[in-house]
Design a protein around this ligand. Structure first.
Ligand code: HEC
Length: 149
């Protein structure tokens, strides 16, 4: 189970990085890529919650690395002109480009939250692990509230 999941995640992260290094993404590609990454992120959070409850620190740490990485790359897939339209299947609010500073703050909070959970997993302190996991989930919700239609 774990190795199948890892392969899936490694594949999606590799795909993401590989296409970036091939040059800048078109607006349409960026929209498709971010939707795919957000879907993986959702699946990841569900698995992470299970692994944390079962006390599997190694599997949890592996899954958290996805969030650290994705939070570092996220801004690349929000190019100008990629907000939700009737044809592109996106739910991205135009506020992302109206309030760039606010959006960057949310991305930074997501990054800090994922790093905090990674550190808590190293400490193996259950209370800290649970609190920082809640913080990570909160960083998703907080950004959605402000920047997702
Ligand atoms: C900095 C802002 C931000 C953060 C942090 C964030 N999201 Fe999102 N999320 C968005 C935006 C914007 C969209 C809409 C993207 C689009 O449709 O173009 C979205 C879309 C989604 C979607 C819908 C994808 C689809 O099927 O269309 C899911 C699921 C999702 N996010 C999960 C998460 C999870 C889980 C986290 C936290 C681990 C998270 N997001 C963190 C901004 C964020």
């Amino acid at each position: 189970m774990f190795s199948r999941l890892s392969n899936l995640l490694i594949w999606s992260v590799t795909l993401f990085l590989a296409s970036n290094s091939m040059g800048s993404l078109s607006v349409e590609e960026a929209v498709q890529k971010r939707i795919k990454m957000f879907k993986s992120s959702q699946t990841n959070i569900k698995e992470l919650s299970k692994f944390i409850r079962s006390g599997d620190i190694n599997a949890s740490s592996y899954l958290v690395d996805f969030h650290v990485r994705w939070s570092e790359e996220m801004l690349l897939v929000f190019p100008a002109g990629s907000e939700a339209s009737t044809s592109n299947g996106s739910d991205a609010s135009s506020d992302i480009w109206r309030d760039t500073t606010g959006f960057k703050k949310q991305v930074a909070q997501y990054n800090l939250s994922s790093i905090a959970l990674r550190e808590a997993l190293k400490s193996k302190n259950i209370i800290e692990i649970n609190e920082t996991f809640e913080g990570l989930v909160e960083s998703c919700k907080s950004c959605h509230k402000q920047f997702r239609n």
